[in-house]
Write a protein that binds this ligand. Structure first.
Ligand SMILES: Nc1nc2c(ncn2[C@@H]2O[C@H](COP(=O)(O)OP(=O)(O)OP(=O)(O)O)[C@@H](O)[C@H]2O)c(=O)[nH]1
Ligand SMILES: [Mg+2]
Length: 161
């Protein structure tokens, strides 16, 4: 539920490359991408579920202990669809106790909504209050690297659980 650019930037950031440089070229992910991370000497596997795979996301939930849900904060037209997808993820039985990180991506773009606006459109406070899962929200730019360290800290926090 997160992006390919994010996955690549996370790997670069984890290996100490401060400068992300030119964004990697990507194609829409039809299927899934697996990537392994080593954090606190433990291996963790992230699975990207491509946006166009929405209808079959649930078939992966039973093997999943945590969720990173990424929102394109420049795409106002997609906010309500994204919110419905988030609610269906949060209500999935297999994800009842999953730790959830919601990333508002593309914060480097001049046309993004403010965090207050986007959270209010999502009714994020209500979602967090009624969810069974612990939910963390974070601003991110997978391109510039803003927020990546916080994502790594979140990943470390769930690995020690
Ligand atoms: N400016 C900016 N562009 C981004 C950022 N993250 C991704 N992009 C761009 O958005 C486009 C799509 O990025 P992808 O990483 O392929 O998105 P994705 O979520 O993996 O797409 P699907 O696999 O189809 O779900 C690319 O042109 C990226 O360079 C970001 O933080 N900032
Ligand atoms: Mg992708």
């Amino acid at each position: 539920m997160f992006s390919t650019t994010f996955e690549k930037s996370l790997q670069l950031s984890l290996h100490g490359l401060e400068e992300l440089g030119e964004p990697p070229s990507t194609l829409p992910t039809v299927g899934t991408n697996l990537t392994d991370l080593k954090l606190k000497k433990k291996k963790m596997t992230l699975r990207e579920l491509g946006g166009c795979m929405g209808p079959i996301w649930p078939s992966y939930f039973k093997d999943c202990s945590s969720v990173i849900f990424m929102v394109d904060s420049t795409n106002i037209a997609q906010i309500s669809a994204s919110c419905i997808q988030l609610l269906s993820v949060l209500s999935a039985e297999h994800l009842h106790n999953a730790s959830v990180l919601i990333l508002f991506n593309k914060r480097d773009m001049p046309c993004t909504m403010s965090l207050v606006e986007i959270k209010s459109l999502f009714r994020m406070d209500d979602i967090i209050a009624s969810a069974t899962q612990p939910i963390t929200t974070q601003e991110l730019s997978a391109r510039s690297g803003q927020g990546l360290q916080e994502v790594l800290s979140w990943l470390e926090s769930i690995i020690v659980k």
